[in-house]
Design a protein around this ligand. Structure first.
Ligand code: ACO
Length: 475
């Protein structure tokens, strides 16, 4: 029986709520030495815009960063909602005992030196302490902590707050989690929260998926995992989640699986079984974190696709074919156009060119051709999603391509039948930079590769399927 089964589901949710929104926080191992992790953790909370009582704990100091310092957790007056521990691993059991005496409900163990280096005994000691405190939830050990961008609280030792948004990220790798913060910023993807789960001694991916299911600030959930503690529970949480869950599962290869064992002490498990189970539970699996952000951008900004029939518009025939191949490789269809749609688009094309799917608007296509073709596809009940591509072919007009995408996204608000996802693809150089930035800041997903676009569209189709299945099950 896992720890959260003992304490019951509702209780768990209330506790994780306080975990992310504590009224008081203590940092054990806080230090005046700015090179130490305990210093960085304290400082990050201090400079957060979040308001709470903050207590450094260090037996050798009177005050740190202007805050009164306490020798032990139990010396702090009043309740402590969250404790961050940053002392060497051997001291952690003693600090955990103090947390139990103080009736602390939420603990983050930043310290490394447990299962990931083969020190199972020490991790077991911590587990025994947690068992005796059924009201306590523990993140880590071997974790960076979390950043709660929705409420402006940085409970990690890593510098930098992500852009605020609606993607929640759960990462088993702290360093990759940190990298993802900057990648998210670069991709104009805002985060609600990002958490490093480390060795997952107690708080596990399924607890967090359950929490984010009810978190009003989260719309999409992304995970980087190396292994899960309780496979059935993990899949149940994905299945019960009414939001898209995107999973990057590392350790696909034999050598990769070996590496996960020494990184976080995880058993990678059979990759095929993972893949099939994630899909069956309604999750979306992707290969790497860039793909995760590609999908997250699409899922956060676009409606899900009601089916898998994709219309492709391009000014370059080759790019259209590549997109078609990539769509088909991902289980999407690129059907022939209906008679009605054919006629609408044929009217705006130069003589001798006939519209197909992919629809080649020819290299010099401007705003008007893109707009008419996109509108025709939006009005076509046999098309579920649209990709609008531009190649900078000398006399092409990329600015008009971007303008047409923005225009059609705006138009979609006023027509019920237009509620289909629109993604952009581009192939070109610097002349696209400003345009891509304009589109990304407006929340429009555009990608510099046919494969990435098709994968993002696959994510929207998978989400549409998940919603349909959910509705069928609800009857
Ligand atoms: N209570 C409170 N403070 C204490 C106690 C105690 N019982 N005992 C010692 N301290 C103080 C120390 O005196 C020190 O303060 P000082 O600078 O004023 O002397 C402070 O706590 C820290 O103790 P140190 O022995 O100096 O330990 P240090 O800070 O060097 O390392 C740490 C501790 C960071 C936890 C280290 O052991 C560790 O695990 N590092 C790795 C952390 C990590 O990477 N985690 C995974 C993150 S995820 C990722 O991949 C990025």
């Amino acid at each position: 029986m896992t720890h959260h089964q003992i304490i019951g589901e509702n209780h768990m949710k209330i506790k994780l709520h306080r975990f992310f929104q504590p009224r008081s926080i203590a940092v054990v191992g806080a230090s005046k030495d700015s090179r130490k992790i305990g210093h960085a953790a304290l400082k990050n909370i201090l400079i957060s815009e979040y308001e709470c009582n903050l207590y450094p704990v260090n037996p050798g100091e009177e005050s740190i960063l202007g805050l009164k310092c306490y020798p032990k957790i139990t010396d702090i007056p009043g309740t402590v909602d969250l404790v961050l521990i940053s002392v060497p691993a051997a001291i952690v059991p003693k600090v955990m005992q103090d947390c139990v005496h103080k009736k602390v409900h939420n603990v983050i163990i930043i310290s490394s030196g447990f299962r990931e280096i083969g020190n199972h005994e020490l991790e077991h000691t911590i587990q025994e302490i947690i068992k005796k405190a059924p009201d306590m939830r523990v993140l880590g050990p071997n974790t960076m902590g979390y950043k709660n961008a929705s409420d402006g609280l940085d409970a990690s030792f890593v510098f930098g707050m992500p852009r605020q948004g609606n993607l929640a990220l759960i990462s088993q790798s702290g360093a990759l989690g940190m990298g993802m913060i900057y990648l998210a910023n670069n991709e104009y993807v805002g985060l609600s929260k990002i958490i490093g789960v480390g060795n997952k001694l107690d708080i596990d991916d399924d607890d967090l998926i359950d929490y984010f299911r009810d978190d009003p600030d989260t719309k999409v959930i992304g995970l980087y995992i190396e292994g899960v503690k309780d496979g059935r529970q993990f899949m149940n949480s994905i299945k019960a989640c009414n939001k898209p869950v995107i999973v990057v599962k590392a350790g696909r290869s034999t050598a990769g699986a070996r590496a996960t064992a020494s990184h976080t002490g995880s058993m990678a498990g059979s990759d095929q079984i993972y893949g099939a189970a994630i899909k069956q539970a309604g999750g979306i699996r992707c290969r790497d974190v860039v793909e995760l952000f590609d999908m997250a951008r699409a899922l956060a900004g676009q409606p899900p696709a009601h089916g898998n029939r994709i219309g492709i518009i391009t000014n370059g025939g080759g790019l259209g074919i590549l997109l078609t191949d990539a769509c088909e490789a991902n289980g999407l269809q690129v059907p022939k156009l209906s008679e009605k749609t054919y006629k609408k688009i044929d009217e705006v094309l130069p003589d001798l060119i006939t519209p197909n799917n992919p629809i080649d608007l020819v290299a010099d296509a401007g705003f008007y051709r893109y707009e008419v073709a996109t509108r025709a596809l939006l009005e076509d009940p046999q098309i579920d999603g649209i990709i609008i591509a531009s190649v900078h072919a000398g006399y092409a007009r990329p600015r008009e391509w971007a303008g047409a995408i923005l225009q059609m996204i705006r138009q979609r608000k006023y027509h019920e039948t237009y509620k289909k996802p629109i993604l952009g693809t581009w192939v070109g150089g610097k002349e696209f930079e400003d345009l891509v930035l304009d589109l990304k800041t407006a929340g429009v997903p555009v990608y510099p590769s046919s494969w990435r676009t098709a994968r993002a569209m696959y994510g929207l189709v998978a989400e549409g399927e998940r919603i349909r299945r959910e509705m069928q099950e609800e009857g």
